[in-house]
Design a binder for this molecule. Structure first.
Ligand code: C2E
Ligand code: MG
Ligand code: MG
Ligand code: MG
Length: 287
């Protein structure tokens, strides 16, 4: 009796395992088609000046519209793309797409176009020797000034193979493109990153921002990071701002830029012109 039940459990376990593996294999195969069949698209999230509340730039965030499963977020398919090597064509597509979209905004929105566009780079892209050349070519094709392209990399991605990343990021910087460190504070080598890499922008991870109005420790850390960055001539973006209170605290810390649902969720490219955040210095604009 007990044996049977045990056996039954194992069978259930087997089936779920098999399903999970099958699921994963299906997803891998589907991802192979996704690039060619137009299932990937980019949404863009505004990055605003915390002082004026105005749009400064945008971050491109990839989405996958799966024909059967519907919308899949990058957290669920970028790891698969990295493991299968599909991140290379996907990363190239993102770069192309973001740069041509930037050119479109410049033509259609004029003075209210974003000043720059950021894309996220995978750690797997940080070992591609021809990446600088590809970036140079893409900028040329889009007729885009290099400083209008910002590349976001995480601490853990660059520390994985710091020597290779230093070389590659150095070569990319020579083009004139700006480098941002993403999710700052979540890795193990945050301070090392700051002096080892030619950074222009530091994005404070949203886990710090989420707690900024709750604990004095978080507030103190964010304040210190903002000051440190300013002394190093690095611009600061606070990620994941969800409330007026958080925006206000960050403003008092003289954090220059912010990004988060409080200001705007990621939007489709043609919705960007609808973005208008009316700033006040009192943080009462939520109504
Ligand atoms: P990330 O680069 O740190 O991007 C910020 C993420 O936080 C986005 O999630 C964004 O939608 C979300 N977010 C923005 N504001 C808020 C907020 O106020 N509250 C909360 N809870 N979340 C907020 P998303 O789009 O799901 O992207 C997740 C991650 O996937 C990104 O984190 C980035 O690491 C990666 N990713 C996205 N697009 C690409 C891409 O084109 N290439 C690569 N390699 N990675 C990408
Ligand atoms: Mg990012
Ligand atoms: Mg981030
Ligand atoms: Mg992240």
């Amino acid at each position: 009796e007990a044996k049977l039940a045990g056996k039954g459990r194992y069978m259930v376990f087997d089936v779920t395992m098999r399903q999970r593996v099958q699921n994963r294999l299906n997803l891998e195969n589907d991802l192979r088609d996704a690039v060619d069949s137009d299932q990937l698209f980019l949404m863009y999230q505004p990055i605003v000046s915390l002082e004026t509340g105005q749009l400064d730039s945008v971050e491109a965030l990839i989405r996958w519209k799966h024909p059967v499963r519907g919308l899949i977020s990058p957290g669920d398919f970028i790891p698969i793309a990295e493991e299968t090597g599909l991140i290379v064509p996907i990363g190239q597509w993102v770069l192309d797409q973001a740069c041509s979209q930037f050119a479109i905004w410049q033509n259609t929105l004029g003075a209210s176009a974003p000043r720059s566009v950021s894309i996220n780079l995978s750690r797997k892209q940080l070992v591609l020797e021809d990446l600088p050349e590809i970036i140079r070519r893409t900028l040329n094709q889009a007729g885009m000034a290099p400083e209008c392209l910002h590349l976001e990399v995480t601490e853990s991605a660059i520390m994985k193979d710091a020597a290779a990343a230093t070389r590659l990021l150095g070569a990319i910087k020579e083009i004139g493109v700006k480098l941002a460190i993403d999710d700052f504070g979540t890795g193990y080598s945050s301070l090392a990153c700051l002096h080892q890499f030619p950074l222009d922008i530091l994005k404070i991870d949203r886990s710090f921002v989420a707690n900024i109005d709750r604990g004095r420790d978080f507030a103190a850390m964010v304040h210190a990071v903002a000051q440190l960055a300013r002394n190093l001539n690095i611009q600061v973006v606070a990620e994941g701002i969800e409330t007026a209170e958080q925006a206000l605290v960050l403003q008092t810390f003289e954090c220059e830029f912010g990004q988060g649902y409080y200001f705007c969720r990621p939007v489709m490219p043609d919705q960007l012109q609808l973005f208008s955040f009316r700033p006040t210095l009192t943080g009462q604009q939520a109504a």
